[in-house]
Design a protein around this ligand. Structure first.
Ligand code: PLP
Length: 490
């Protein structure tokens, strides 16, 4: 595709302004000379060229609005557009965080009720909406853990994480000044209870577990795990990024978890992946409520206010009150679905994942062959015997018009291919994706070269704008300079 600058023709214009009806003046008379730009170097193109250029550009990118996005661990589901519209209502969009409380009653009421709904879904006693992402939620949760033990004058220095955990878990632990201890998963893909018992002592402040874990498997011994942790005085944190799997069916609070973060941008209707705002609310059990970030939202009769009078609070962890637009979308989504609808989300997410897993398991190695939750992890081990790496399979999927699944994560599965179909995909799409995966498995056996050289660009009859990129060079020698771009050196 040509750059818009390459389409430029001197004198061509995209706008037609009416004749000037005030006396004309030279620009130099209005703006001091040293503030004037000498030459703007803007492309000179007509309106239709601009429209076509940007419309074409918008289709160069892949997104959930254009196709299936089976990125495991990310819950890249389709989000109803109506929630975007609601977040754009002037009363929500134009309110200012410094506005007087009396003028912010609607916003505060929405946040208050969102906290209550999230508490109900997760079985927690209090919530903060401040964190801007899951990772910041983890840090917030661990800061509360720390504050809680400090108040009790107990010195605990360690956090236990699982070897299948998201990298943010140990990272949050170290950011909070803890040492993280990794425990291995057992042959069923879940926490090894004996290993956990060995690692657990009075130095441990908290165990962080993802449930269902990042292999897409439910931690069946969770009641026993939380009980033994509590017996040693430790708290248990639920990485709730996978809440999509059991919404309305089971509650982490009832499983004995003391803290949880949710990812509104995964589970509750905010599109993500493009770097837009996220939200990682954190819920806690009663004993931790005093430590929640401040301000909290208080309701007295029908008046809502911000409560800063929280002597034990860990303080503020985000400017103002968090990413409000994301909260509006989550609230609208939750109210539209209701309890039955939410349960349906989880049931269909699990059904879709198991359907795909069954279709693919005789073509790809399935390390943990048991009923999965909302996602499952295959391995490209069989294909590697023919020299085809998981990375090649991911690239070949682009030739079939699909976004690749998550690859090489979780780290404990070699050549991992992590698929999360989500509840929003119809059966036909799952069938098409399965056919593509099965054909690629066939190609890996009979014609591995075509997989190893994927993707094939449009200039070679494929469907991507460019062929395989040198990802290492792209990271090590990024070329961000417009002048070089102009010369088309990339
Ligand atoms: C996405 C994810 C996180 C981190 O959440 P962010 O919002 O990306 O910071 C943590 N744990 C798991 C299991 C996740 O899938």
């Amino acid at each position: 595709m040509k750059l818009i600058f390459e389409k430029s023709k001197p004198g061509r214009m995209g706008i037609s302004l009416p004749d000037c009806d005030v006396p004309e003046k030279k620009i130099e008379e209005l703006i001091p000379k040293n503030s004037l730009r000498s030459k703007l170097n803007l492309p000179e193109v007509s309106e239709v060229e601009v429209v076509r250029h940007y419309t074409k550009l918008s289709t160069q990118n892949y997104g959930v609005d254009t196709g299936f996005y089976p990125l495991g661990s990310c819950t890249m589901k389709y989000n109803p557009k109506v929630n975007e519209e609601i977040a754009k209502f002037p009363g929500f969009k134009s309110s200012h965080p410094l506005q007087d409380e009396g003028l912010s009653q609607g916003a505060l009421e929405l946040m208050y009720h969102l906290e209550k709904i999230l508490s109900e879904i997760t079985g927690m006693d209090g919530f903060t909406l401040q964190p801007a992402a899951g990772a910041q939620g983890e840090l917030t949760g661990l800061m509360m853990v720390k504050a809680c033990f400090e108040q009790k004058r107990e010195k605990r220095t360690k956090i236990i994480v699982s070897d299948s955990s998201h990298g943010t878990n140990p990272a949050s632990a170290s950011l909070c000044g803890y040492e993280s201890i990794t425990i291995k998963s057992n042959e069923r893909g879940t926490v090894d209870l004996e290993g956990l018992k060995r690692a657990l002592n009075e130095d441990v402040a908290c165990i962080i577990l993802t449930n269902p874990n990042t292999l897409g498997l439910f931690e069946e011994e969770i009641l026993e795990i939380t009980a033994i942790a509590h017996k040693k005085g430790a708290l248990v944190y639920c990485d709730g990024a996978n809440m999509n799997a059991f919404l309305g069916i089971a509650r982490p609070g009832d499983m004995g978890f003391d803290i949880i973060h949710l990812n509104l941008h995964k589970t509750f209707s905010t599109p993500h992946g493009g770097g837009g705002p996220g939200s990682g609310p954190v819920g806690v059990k009663k004993s931790l409520v005093p430590f929640l970030p401040k301000p909290t939202i208080k309701r007295e009769k029908d008046k809502y206010s911000l409560d800063y009078d929280k002597p034990l609070s860990i303080g503020k962890i985000k400017a103002f009150y968090g990413n409000f637009g994301v909260m509006v979308k989550a609230y609208a989504y939750l109210r539209a679905l209701g309890p039955e609808g939410l349960r349906g989300v989880a049931e269909n997410a699990v059904l879709n994942a198991n359907y795909l897993m069954k279709k693919l398991k005789s073509y790809y190695y399935l390390p943990f062959d048991r009923t999965c939750m909302h996602e499952f992890v295959l391995s490209g081990k069989k294909q590697l015997e023919k020299g085809v790496h998981t990375n090649d399979i991911a690239k070949r999927l682009l030739d079939y018009g699909f976004h690749a699944p998550t690859v090489y994560f979780p780290l404990i599965v070699s050549e991992a291919i992590m698929v999360e179909p989500t509840e929003t995909e119809p059966k036909e799409i799952l069938d098409e994706f399965a056919s593509a995966m099965i054909e690629i498995a066939q190609e890996a056996k009979e014609n591995p070269e075509i997989v190893k050289t994927a993707p094939h660009p449009t200039t070679e009859g494929g469907r991507t704008p460019v062929g395989r990129l040198d990802a290492v060079a792209a990271a090590r020698k990024p070329n961000l300079r417009w002048k070089k771009l102009d010369k088309r050196e990339i």
